[in-house]
Design a protein around this ligand. Structure first.
Ligand code: GLP
Length: 248
């Protein structure tokens, strides 16, 4: 596991964004696994700024998002499809047909079962971007996580509902279920980049980097993968013994 500690979330955006740009330039048909939440936003802003300046060509890039809330239509402002269109896809020349976000309405159970097959047909994910929940969840794989899980319907725990309530009018409006890529789906990616900022992520990062592999901290499953880069700010690194590579 490679650990990079930087000053703040904008620097995380720059470091991670540049990794993605380098890959698109080398491989215009790259397959990316993407994430939502506040952590990836600086990355997406960096990609958009690069596109506006350098015209990096996203036309043939294929993307698969990690998760979606059950019950939210793609047009719902808090759905992850809406988030991705607004924060990234609408601002690049990516072909929307090449962007995949699990569906949370209609026949979402059957669609979830097909999601890993769809990823495999695209050649597998070259780079999977991840945030992490304060309880160590990745995607929406809550503790205790099944490390053999593929994409499916999952229940959100109360702490996640509360953490995500800030995006809704009240916690009662936060869906209690989601469709999420499983831990196995995530580990199938060829390369994984996990980002975190803020002291509320310090405990999850401590477990990820220095803890035992333990399904009560779903992120520790990443220790079983051979190519993981963790990019965090100093506050998220606050509980670590390891110093990592410092970039300012
Ligand atoms: C949500 C998402 C996760 C994300 C996590 C952390 O629960 N399903 O994919 O990593 O929140 O979000 P944030 O980056 O906003 O802290």
């Amino acid at each position: 596991m490679k650990l990079i500690v930087v000053e703040d979330k904008n620097t995380i955006g720059k470091v991670v964004g540049q990794i993605f740009i380098n890959i698109v330039q080398q491989n215009p048909t790259a397959v990316f696994g993407l994430a939502t939440g506040s952590s990836p936003e600086p990355v997406y802003q960096y990609l958009i700024a690069d596109y506006q300046k350098n015209n990096t060509d996203w036309k043939k890039v294929i993307t698969f998002n990690l998760d979606e809330y059950v019950g939210l239509e793609p047009t719902h402002p808090q759905s992850y499809r809406y988030f991705m269109n607004k924060k990234l896809f609408n601002q690049l020349n990516i072909n929307k047909d090449n962007t995949h976000v699990p569906i949370g309405t209609g026949d979402y159970v059957a669609a979830a079962k097909q999601y890993d097959t769809l990823i495999a047909k695209a050649g597998g994910i070259d780079v999977q971007l991840l945030g992490v929940g304060t309880n160590g969840h990745v995607g929406f794989n809550e503790p205790p996580a099944d490390f053999t899980s593929l994409t499916g319907v999952v229940n959100l725990v109360e702490s996640t509902i509360q953490a995500n309530a800030r995006f809704f009018a009240s916690s009662a409006e936060v869906p209690q279920q989601a469709v999420s890529m499983g831990i196995k789906s995530i580990l199938n990616a060829k390369k994984i980049i996990l980002m975190a900022n803020g002291s509320n992520k310090a405990q999850a990062i401590k477990q990820l980097v220095e803890g035992e592999i333990n399904n009560l901290w779903p992120c520790t499953a990443l220790q079983m993968h051979h190519d993981v880069t963790v990019v965090i700010d100093r506050t998220a690194a606050g509980l670590l013994q390891s110093r990592g590579i410092n970039i300012s």
